[in-house]
Design a binder for this molecule. Structure first.
Ligand code: LIP
Length: 268
């Protein structure tokens, strides 16, 4: 586990340095995906190529599942779930809030079936690296992370709005449903950092619909290793239908507000 973590941190730092260099040189949009707003830059592709190449070199039998270059099964039982630049729109606009997100999972590489073993979320613009290993806790550098406890002041919540405008009415309904117990809401634009901030106690909770597996694979382990809960739908697991992350009490309130029903935890 520690070897996998050390490799993931080393690769994330090199990938983050490349992303920052390309950002400083000027970013070009290479294509749009699910909608005109859902963009991919040349840097996204170049950074994922770096990550994929390093992993192929160091761990040739592992599987890979990346946002920009797709999936390739392995034979070792370990699959790397990678978002080379999470917060692509921020990155393109020059907003210094984006991350390299790398997770190593075992089992089938789908959110409903994988078991996350190692997680790294690296924020190049800020110089912060969040890490976790299964059973080994979550860390920011050498500082252990712990999710927040509720306060009478209300919960500082974060969310995101999908690239598909047709989803936005539902997004706003969910915001209306949770605001009664929120102190405020943040929409920062990078799911992996929203999850890392929940793990660090910088946010009290996060929820978002339509996330891709690579958006939450690493951040989800940060949250659970920091004493929090990651779930959503379908079947109470985080998935495209919904990702919810928070400390236990705030999680239950978020789930009840969003689904107007109590949350039944799935078996760990
Ligand atoms: C983004 C997420 C963000 C979400 C965006 C997009 P990308 O990932 O990090 O939370 O609101 O719609 O999915 O596309 O920057 O890798």
């Amino acid at each position: 586990m520690q070897e996998l973590l050390a490799l993931a941190v080393s690769i994330a730092h090199d990938a983050g340095a490349l992303a920052a260099t390309r950002r400083a040189e000027g970013v070009t949009i290479a294509a749009s995906k699910s909608s005109l707003a859902d963009i991919v830059t040349a840097a996204d592709r170049e950074v994922e190529d770096l990550i994929r190449g390093r992993l192929r070199e160091e761990r040739p039998d592992d599987g890979f599942f990346g946002e920009e270059s797709g999936a390739e099964p392995g034979t070792s039982g370990v699959t790397w779930i990678v978002d080379p630049i999470d917060g692509t729109v921020n990155y393109t606009y020059g907003i210094p809030h984006y991350a390299v997100s790398i997770a190593a999972v075992t089992g089938e590489p789908t959110p409903a079936q994988w078991t996350a073993q190692v997680a790294v979320v690296h924020s190049p613009a800020v110089g912060e690296t969040f890490t976790a290993t299964r059973g080994g806790g979550a860390w920011l550098g050498d500082t252990p992370l712990q999710v927040s406890a509720p306060t009478d002041a209300g919960a500082l919540l974060a969310t995101g709005f999908g690239y598909d405008p047709a989803q936005h009415e539902g997004d706003l309904e969910r915001v209306r449903a949770v605001l009664p117990f929120a102190r405020d809401l943040r929409r920062a634009g990078a799911a992996s950092l929203d999850l890392a901030y929940v793990a660090a106690g910088r946010l009290d909770g996060y929820f978002e619909k339509n996330l891709q597996p690579w958006d939450h694979a690493a951040g989800g382990l940060l949250v659970t290793e920091a004493g929090g809960v990651i779930g959503g739908e379908p079947d109470g697991r985080p998935g495209r239908e919904m990702v919810i992350a928070a400390g236990e009490e705030t999680f239950a309130r978020l789930h009840a507000a969003i689904y107007r029903a109590p949350f039944i935890a799935f078996p760990a």
